[in-house]
Design a protein around this ligand. Structure first.
Ligand SMILES: C[S@@+](CC[C@H](N)C(=O)[O-])C[C@H]1O[C@@H](n2cnc3c(N)ncnc32)[C@H](O)[C@@H]1O
Length: 239
């Protein structure tokens, strides 16, 4: 089953726009001829990587041919934009050619994340930048109707659902130490703060309810959910 639709990816990308703007401040666009969007999906974000400087070539890579074909269809008018069917654990790129690599809600879905990070470090130029946005469900909060606080020791079905689908729900908090072990430098990380308005919250809850229902997992939708989303930025060399 496909856990993410084009609309879902687009809305998710909209919510993390300020964090990506923060990432882009670390890029010297005039020195960034190749930028990659790992696990680009439908290409909701990839065009941003080529919009700052016309000399930049942006490449979206994804393992899923269906999502990738949607990306190609949607962005066929951009000449500085390319899409490649590729596995992040075996990147079809030469060593030290990439200036910036973005991973937006992708690392959690890659089965061998360490191998993908090794590949990313291999293709990054000296002082190239890797930036990622990933959730972490360790500190997940759900508040049910009629309650004012989360239930103590609650186990949340969405975690089981993600694991069933092959994702790692604890990626966000693990990435910084994984990057350090692999020899990345200047590692900085934090948790996104954003305020859901009532409509966004409703949409989030509906998305999760649909996913759980499709997987046959029982869930009484709560009135409030919160999942910490981590941002992580690092360089391939000490800067
Ligand atoms: C939640 S989607 C995020 C898509 C996109 N980054 C966005 O934010 O709109 C996760 C993406 O990772 C891709 N993916 C999973 N494993 C991958 C791998 N080994 N190599 C490349 N892409 C992968 C999936 O096909 C999917 O498109």
């Amino acid at each position: 089953m496909q856990p993410y639709t084009s609309t879902f990816l687009k809305e998710q990308a909209q919510r993390t726009t300020p964090t990506r703007q923060f990432f882009y401040q670390h890029i010297k666009w005039s020195e960034a001829p190749i930028c990659i969007d790992i696990g680009c999906g439908t290409g909701a974000i990839t065009p941003e990587l080529s919009s700052e400087d016309p000399a930049v070539t942006a490449i979206g890579l994804d393992i899923d041919p269906i999502l990738l074909s949607k990306a190609v269809r949607m962005h066929s008018q951009h000449s500085a934009l390319h899409f490649l069917l590729a596995d992040a654990t075996y990147l079809p790129l030469r060593q030290s050619v990439v200036s910036f690599c973005l991973s937006h809600f992708t690392m959690m879905w890659i089965i061998d994340r360490i191998q993908a990070l090794k590949e990313i470090r291999y293709v990054l130029r000296p002082k190239g930048v890797f930036a990622s946005i990933e959730p972490d469900y360790t500190e997940r909060i759900e508040i049910s109707e009629g309650q004012t606080e989360p239930l103590p020791d609650a186990t949340y079905p969405i975690i089981e659902a993600l694991q069933k689908l092959g994702a790692d729900p604890y990626t966000g908090s693990q990435l910084p130490s994984e990057l350090e072990k692999l020899g990345f430098h200047n590692i900085r990380s934090g948790i996104l703060s954003w305020q859901f308005d009532a409509d966004v919250m409703k949409a989030e809850i509906t998305d999760e309810a649909d996913l759980l229902e499709e997987l046959g997992i029982h869930w009484v939708a709560p009135k409030f959910i919160y999942t910490p989303i981590w941002w992580i930025i690092a360089t391939s060399e000490r800067v």
